[in-house]
Design a protein around this ligand. Structure first.
Ligand SMILES: C[S@@+](CC[C@H](N)C(=O)[O-])C[C@H]1O[C@@H](n2cnc3c(N)ncnc32)[C@H](O)[C@@H]1O
Length: 246
């Protein structure tokens, strides 16, 4: 689908690609043992095939990004190193790696590892030299809800404490890897101006779309699963109706 868009078209891309971790493991959900499997789309095809996939979509995003545009990519250790290497090979300029700390992450069942409580979000610019947008003052002075790591009036650091999506964000059902709206609001406000055109090539339940529309930006979301697109339409309609959750 990305091939259908003109070059240099989008101001910003947020991508939450498959993490390739749906390989039969277990986690805890609501106090009970639950499969980590999210869907066929999240199954690893092996290290090399997974890397080829990341190279292809990250290259396709580069073509459609404006020269001063930036891309954000979220992931865990299952995928984020491959995405980071692909960004570097493709000539993007890495700007930050954000540690999204989840204070309410599920406990570890086996008690043989540390409890996985964060994801990494890479932020990179398409071109080496262009000047990207960073709304520094809005980040420093803003109000950041329950993020106890952000001190009022101080520079925003690269570790963000944001819980997993609250119940109010699952009114219409949930996506298995849904991101919290608060996380996407911060990303949208940090790296775009009103009117910007934002792309999410792995849109899921369109959390990026909700954050974009809520902040007066425009949104294009792509997903290959019809059920997630249907969920997205319901969530977006609620935002259009003026409700800031969904
Ligand atoms: C990690 S989830 C994104 C969740 C999203 N950030 C949210 O808040 O709901 C990845 C999404 O990418 C979709 N997907 C996987 N492979 C894809 C592909 N090749 N093309 C388009 N969508 C794909 C899946 O259906 C899934 O909804």
């Amino acid at each position: 689908m990305l091939a259908q868009f003109p070059e240099n078209h989008f101001d910003m891309v947020f991508a939450d690609p498959p993490y390739m971790l749906s390989n039969g493991g277990f986690t805890v959900h609501a106090g009970k043992r639950a499969s980590v499997n999210k869907g066929k789309w999240d199954k690893s095809q092996g290290l090399e095939a997974d890397f080829k996939f990341h190279m292809e979509w990250i290259e396709a995003c580069k073509r459609v990004l404006k020269p001063e545009g930036t891309i954000w990519i979220s992931g865990t250790y299952h995928s984020i190193y491959a995405c980071g290497y692909a960004l570097q090979l493709l000539g993007y300029k890495l700007l930050n790696d954000i540690a999204w700390y989840k204070p309410n992450a599920s406990p570890n069942l086996s008690c043989r590892f540390f409890t996985a409580s964060h994801e990494t979000i890479l932020w990179a610019r398409k071109s080496e030299k262009a000047k990207h947008i960073f709304n520094y003052a809005a980040m420093r002075e803003g109000s950041w809800g329950k993020d106890f790591l952000k001190k009022p009036g101080k520079q925003m650091r690269s570790i963000w404490a944001i819980g997993t999506p609250p119940r109010e964000e699952k009114t219409f059902g949930k996506h298995p890897t849904q991101k919290p709206l608060e996380l996407l609001k911060r990303i949208v406000l940090a790296s775009t101006n009103p009117g910007a055109l934002i792309l999410d090539p792995f849109s899921g339940s369109a959390t990026t779309g909700l954050a974009a529309i809520g902040a007066g930006r425009c949104y294009v979301g792509i997903d290959m699963e019809k059920k997630y697109l249907e969920l997205s339409v319901k969530r977006v309609k609620k935002i259009w109706a003026g409700n800031q959750q969904a």
